[in-house]
Design a protein around this ligand. Structure first.
Ligand code: FES
Ligand code: FES
Length: 200
């Protein structure tokens, strides 16, 4: 993945940032003051990550950084060197929507959709934590996990329902694979279940 359309910055020296983005190597030359959000959107053209408040209040810029949700608007691009970034563009597997994306669509959990990428990334990290740590995803746990993601359209009921439903589906798929004696993480279905949040 090559950086493209990096806006001109006369008089400013550009710094090369090499990192892994959605499983692919990426290299982008950026001004040193750029945030990770700017690098993703304007350096790589990954506009799925939204630019909302730009000061850490709304959560719409949430991405996964080394397995943890992070606010891209508060993260310096240079600090992503050598690290693993997942954006909403990398959430589905093989061109298929992720169970979270399918549940959001099915339950009408997105209206204007501006908050949705950040919601999806926070939710995917929460479900991944549940899979790894073995706890149940509940409406209460989802509400806490999404507390930093603001939605001005839907209210939160359908969003929470969609996350709980997707978590159940992922847990079911994971159990089905285990019961079939195919517990290897290399198996495509289990891999899809565990790739929630891109942290396979
Ligand atoms: S744009 Fe990053 S928290 Fe609002
Ligand atoms: S769907 Fe519009 S801000 Fe959440």
């Amino acid at each position: 993945m090559d950086g493209r359309e990096t806006p001109p910055h006369p008089g400013r020296q550009l710094e090369l940032v090499e990192f892994t983005c959605n499983g692919e190597p990426a290299a982008v030359a950026v001004p040193s003051h750029w945030t990770l959000l700017e690098m993703l959107r304007y350096g790589l053209g990954l506009t799925g990550t939204k630019q909302g408040c730009d000061k850490g209040d709304c959560g719409t810029c949430t991405i996964i950084l080394d397995g943890q949700p992070a606010l891209a608007c508060l993260t310096l691009a240079l600090s992503a060197r050598g690290r693993f970034v997942q954006t909403v563009e990398g959430l589905g597997v093989g061109g298929q929507p992720h169970p979270l994306q399918a549940a959001f669509a099915r339950l009408g959990a997105a209206q204007c959709g501006f908050c949705t990428p950040g919601m999806l990334m926070s939710a995917s990290a929460h479900i991944e934590d549940a899979v790894v740590q073995g706890f149940a995803v509940t409406a209460e746990s989802v509400s806490q996990a999404l507390a930093g993601n603001l939605c001005r359209c839907t209210g939160y009921t359908k969003i929470v329902q969609a996350v709980v439903e997707a978590a159940k589906e992922i847990a079911r798929d994971s159990r089905a694979v285990d019961e079939a004696g195919m517990g290897s993480l290399a198996d495509s279905d289990l891999s899809a279940a565990h790739q929630v949040g891109g942290r396979s």
